[in-house]
Design a protein around this ligand. Structure first.
Ligand SMILES: C[S@@+](CC[C@H](N)C(=O)[O-])C[C@H]1O[C@@H](n2cnc3c(N)ncnc32)[C@H](O)[C@@H]1O
Length: 312
């Protein structure tokens, strides 16, 4: 096991101070990032919240408005940041991000190269995975996007871990100064096969490349290019199935789900199977139901991983 110190986790470590970025959480699909300013207020449907009341409170706390409404103030973790950041491009979400971080075998101290940066959604998680001693070098050829991402890395406190460059990676490849330094390379580019030869030069022996592409034709072309210098080429499509969990009265559950028993009830309280509800206790109390969420995401793209061949 890696020696990890959980007190380093932002939400456990710190109380909110003036100038901090906090995620104001109303519910899972209603959150926003707010920079704390002791002279400012936040106004929403629950009332007016004075930032000065937030200072000195721990991340995760519940705070009240002048009318008694409340919100939670959460730490800006990569998971939450991905949900609130401003979308300047298509972004990667948690399912793909988790898979990428795991399959790229990222640990503290790793060096990762990325292109394009886009909205910095993935970069934020890459940075946390390699912190505190690693580094992410990320490149986008779009100057304004790169500038906006740089500002976001400042805001989220990651600027010491991420360097962003403006560069046409498909046309010019990665900078020569980075040859042989990367433990991993991640590509989210329209024509990744053009950048793969350069990515191969940047990787350490046995380093791993991942390319994200929405279309299977892109995967095919990338894979053809990968065969020259890479091995262990594998493509995954990550599909996430989210369940909504809520309490309903028996009548409601019958009208929504058909006759009770038409779905096999699951006796395990903490696992949703293909059955769409959990069994009630027989006392007539409301049933806790779990069913696939209507807002679940489908296809996002294909993740192709490959390992640089070691030349003995
Ligand atoms: C879909 S976005 C990346 C999103 C990113 N993975 C995220 O999670 O936020 C693709 C980015 O690639 C950049 N891009 C496209 N072609 C490029 C090239 N030749 N060199 C560098 N960046 C490029 C675009 O400007 C765009 O910002």
């Amino acid at each position: 096991m890696l020696p990890m110190d959980s007190t380093k986790k932002l939400s456990f470590n710190r109380k909110i101070t003036d100038g901090d970025l906090v995620i104001v959480y109303e519910k899972h699909d209603n959150m926003k990032a707010v920079k704390v300013n002791e002279y400012s207020v936040l106004e929403n449907r629950f009332g007016v919240f004075k930032h000065s009341d937030w200072i000195g409170k721990p991340f995760g706390c519940k705070v009240s408005s002048h009318k008694g409404g409340f919100v939670y103030l959460l730490a800006p973790t990569p998971e939450l940041w991905t949900l609130v950041l401003s979308h300047r491009t298509q972004i990667l979400y948690i399912a793909d991000i988790s898979f990428v971080v795991m399959y790229l075998e990222l640990i503290p101290g790793c060096v990762v190269l990325e292109s394009g940066t886009g909205s910095g959604s993935l970069s934020t998680s890459l940075a946390r995975a390699i912190a505190p001693t690693g580094h992410v070098y990320t490149f986008d050829f779009h100057e304004q996007r790169a500038a906006a991402a740089r500002e976001d890395f400042e805001k989220t406190g990651l600027s010491g871990l991420v360097t962003i460059g403006v560069r046409d990676i498909q046309g010019e490849g990665f900078p020569k100064e980075l040859v042989g330094v990367a433990d991993a390379v991640f590509l989210d580019l329209p024509q990744p096969w053009l950048a793969i030869p350069s990515a191969g030069e940047m990787l350490k022996p046995d380093g791993i490349l991942c390319s994200f592409s929405p279309c299977i034709e892109q995967v095919q072309r990338s894979s053809e290019t990968l065969t020259a210098k890479f091995t262990d080429i594998r493509t995954f499509e990550v599909l996430l199935r989210t369940y909504e969990v809520r309490e309903v009265k028996m009548d409601e559950s019958q009208s929504e789900e058909g006759t009770p028993g038409s779905h096999r009830p699951c006796k395990r309280k903490h696992r949703a199977t293909e059955a769409s509800h959990w069994q009630q206790d027989g006392s007539g109390s409301p049933i806790v139901m779990a069913r696939p969420s209507s807002e679940a995401k489908g296809h996002t793209g294909y993740l192709t991983f490959a390992r640089l061949k070691c030349v003995a």
